[in-house]
Design a protein around this ligand. Structure first.
Ligand code: GLC
Length: 723
């Protein structure tokens, strides 16, 4: 439809029809629904009338194309103006072919792969009638006690922005493509804003960050998604500066609309409008509706404050009809961008029947396997225990050795039974592999333990699969202790006493306290939740078919008590450093080091890399000049491998305290054994800017230090002055 037609349609709508467009419900409210939808939040008594259902604007949580067609057909028979429903769902890391969790995708430092994941997810979601995905989640995270760190790409704003752009491009394609290319879906960036900063990592808890910290670290990835053209933004459950995001006019209007320039549709999170009452900022649902519409929330998910109150608020002149019209236009424009007025089924009835379903195709599984392998992070490899060798007798044991609980949270309609577990993968990759597993959430039996000991005893090398269950991460899954169950640690310690190499593979949705696990492991691999092709992807790495290249997108603490620990921390007035270890009055602990167990950006390879011959184009630059850094990277080992070359900057003196270093560039390169490559980074003035005391985004004159290497522990290689 043309814009003028949309505006004409709006003029024909009654106030009741307009207000109903601003509500989103799960399928069970609609005739023809065959599922209850994915219940991901409190189901409040919605008090709906049958009449309401003729005009509701949107559905979330359908599972199949048949269900979507049934609901849409029945709905269009009753909607007076023939305005189609828009269908949305949480397609977070795949629809039916499940890819590694987003935190694992973050470990690939590979935007092309992330974009491919989004493209395939969009194809499979579209084949099932989904029009919009509630993804990417770009919340910056520093606290692994929070279960939803699995959904993010980690602790760094620059890396998160890099992935936010890739996901949006993969889901939506080029600008305007959605109306005709039904292999694409609209994307919804979330959760605006700073949901990842929930105090103590406790789900739905208070967020209290400074405005400057919000702009400096929490907003950049949302901004990147908006610049990439994301069509929807979802509000966060939490408060920002004491005001819940969903009713926070400053955050949703001044920041999101004015500063970040967002012009699309704002949808509340599940029940977040009604929850303004629980927050204690709204007396009742009428007040909640008022605050949310004033904040510019266009679509209310799974509460009915708008339905129950907006008409009265307009009649009482507390809300202007122009505000209602603006929200309705946001919904109609989204439907128009998706081509729904021309085809309410987006090809399900016309195009899909002529095409072979690509869902779960071999090609999709191949990509899932590639991403799973590239997301694996090698944390330890003493005496080159890895890669495993064909001539070795290999025992695979432990609670996740034969477990198919490898999809992770938010794996939508992915089937665990369609996944490859670790033992499967290793048996396909190597000739002499035997395995004993047990159900992770069940007590291991004496027989299983005995059988594990027997095959471990007879093997040359033991692979131990440990980890958390997928239920212990994701939404509503905060943990006060991020250590593996004591029986897993004891099992590993016993195997370590056999005096043969032990390779530990850890599955999990968050950085875990692996101090004890690392101590007892000859080699240690973080596999995350790798998805449908978990076993094959991990086996590709352990067997040496793929050299590990994952780099941590989030720091791993030495213990829960060290949290939050992140690489780009401030210096403090009494920084600890090598020279003052014996001093008391320094910013440090009495019982643990300041440094995490494994740093942001860290990950080993089966080979080694040397950095040399660093060159910089200037030692002094003006505002107009660009600074170039070159470094020669050499593969000094015997095997080919990929290295992610990382460049960090330190702003030595600024108007506010600045981090010890910040990631500003990186490049992932492939080198054959003995091969060298010159990597070049061009820095611009924007790389030197930060939010100053008055919130101006500017650079200071003065000195900057440059660090280059394969992790955030990169060495200082140079400095320059902005003059
Ligand atoms: C959930 C989540 C949000 C999700 C929504 C719809 O509570 O917070 O990320 O998209 O509800 O399922």
């Amino acid at each position: 439809m043309k814009t003028v037609q949309i505006e004409d349609l709006l003029k024909e709508m009654t106030l009741t029809e307009k207000i109903a467009q601003l509500t989103q419900l799960t399928p069970q409210f609609f005739s023809g629904a065959s599922s209850d939808g994915e219940i991901t939040g409190p189901m409040a008594e919605l008090g709906l009338k049958a009449e309401d259902l003729k005009n509701i604007g949107s559905v979330l949580g359908t599972h199949t194309a048949e269900e979507v067609m049934k609901i849409q057909e029945a709905y269009l028979k009753t909607n007076r103006l023939g305005i189609p429903l828009v269908f949305m769902a949480d397609v977070i890391h795949g629809y039916r072919t499940i890819f590694p969790i987003p935190l694992a995708i973050g470990a690939t430092w590979n935007a092309d792969l992330a974009q491919k994941v989004a493209e395939i997810s969009a194809i499979e979601a579209s084949e099932a009638g989904v029009h919009v995905t509630f993804s990417p989640m770009v919340d910056l995270v520093r606290d692994p006690r929070w279960g939803r760190v699995m959904e993010s790409t980690g602790e760094d704003a620059y890396l998160n922005s890099y992935f936010a752009r890739a996901f949006v491009k993969g889901y939506q394609g080029e600008h305007g493509e959605l109306a005709t290319n039904f292999d694409r879906v609209a994307a919804c960036v979330k959760h605006f804003a700073a949901y990842g900063a929930a105090e103590a990592g406790r789900e739905y808890n208070t967020v209290d960050t400074s405005v400057r910290e919000l702009y400096q670290n929490y907003l950049p990835a949302y901004q990147a998604a908006i610049e990439a053209g994301v069509l929807l933004v979802m509000t966060a459950f939490n408060t920002v500066d004491g005001i819940p995001a969903t009713g926070n006019q400053w955050l949703m209007q001044d920041v999101l609309r004015k500063d970040l320039g967002f012009t699309g549709l704002v949808i509340s999170d599940w029940g977040a409008v009604g929850e303004l009452i629980n927050h204690g900022v709204a007396e009742n649902s009428k007040e909640a509706a008022y605050q949310s519409i004033q904040a510019g929330v266009d679509l209310e998910m799974m509460t009915s404050c708008y339905l129950q109150n907006l008409e009265a608020l307009v009649m009482e002149n507390h809300v202007q009809i122009e505000q209602i019209d603006a929200a309705v236009l946001a919904v109609l424009n989204l439907k128009n961008a998706l081509g729904l007025f021309e085809d309410p089924y987006r090809g399900l009835k016309t195009v899909a029947p002529t095409k072979k379903l690509r869902t779960m195709s071999d090609n999709h599984r191949r990509v899932a396997r590639e991403v799973a392998a590239e997301s694996v992070v090698l944390l330890k490899n003493k005496n080159y225990a890895l890669p495993l060798r064909k001539e070795q007798k290999i025992a695979v044991v432990g609670p996740l050795a034969e477990s198919q609980d490898v999809l992770g949270a938010w794996s939508w309609i992915g089937e665990q039974t369609e996944s490859h577990h670790l033992a499967d993968g290793l048996k396909m990759a190597l000739p002499n592999v035997v395995s004993v597993g047990w159900q992770q959430n069940q007590q291991v039996t004496a027989e299983e333990l005995a059988a594990s000991r027997t095959i471990a005893h007879d093997a040359d090398i033991v692979v131990v699969a440990l980890g958390e269950s997928s239920e212990s991460s994701g939404e509503a899954a905060s943990l006060a202790t991020i250590r593996l169950p004591v029986e897993q640690e004891q099992f590993l310690a016993e195997l370590a006493d056999l005096g043969k190499p032990v390779v530990t593979v850890v599955f999990g949705g968050r950085p875990l306290d692996l101090s004890d696990i690392s101590f007892h492991s000859t080699a240690l691999v973080m596999a995350w939740f790798p998805g449908t092709e978990a076993g094959t992807g991990i086996a590709d790495v352990l067997s040496g078919n793929v050299s590990p290249s994952g780099k941590l997108p989030m720091s791993f603490p030495v213990t829960t008590g060290q949290v939050p620990v992140y690489y780009n921390h401030l210096k403090t007035g009494r920084p600890a450093h090598v020279g003052n270890n014996e001093q008391k009055y320094i910013s440090r602990y009495l019982d643990i080091p300041n440094e995490p167990l494994y740093d942001f950006g860290f990950g080993l390879s089966y080979t080694t890399f040397a950095y040399s011959n660093v060159k910089q184009s200037h030692h002094k630059i003006t505002y107009q000049e660009q600074l170039t850094f070159e470094v020669t990277v050499t593969n000094t080992g015997k095997l080919a491998g990929k290295e992610t070359v990382q460049l960090y900057l330190e702003d030595v003196v600024a108007t506010v305290a600045r981090p010890v270093k910040e990631l500003r560039r990186f490049e992932k390169i492939y080198l054959e054994a003995g091969e060298s490559q010159v990597v070049t980074f061009n820095l611009t003035l924007e790389d030197l800017c930060y939010y100053q005391r008055n919130l101006d985004f500017k650079a200071d004159l003065g000195n900057f230090n440059v660090y280059l290497g394969g992790s955030s522990q990169a060495e200082k290689v140079g400095s320059f002055e902005l003059i």
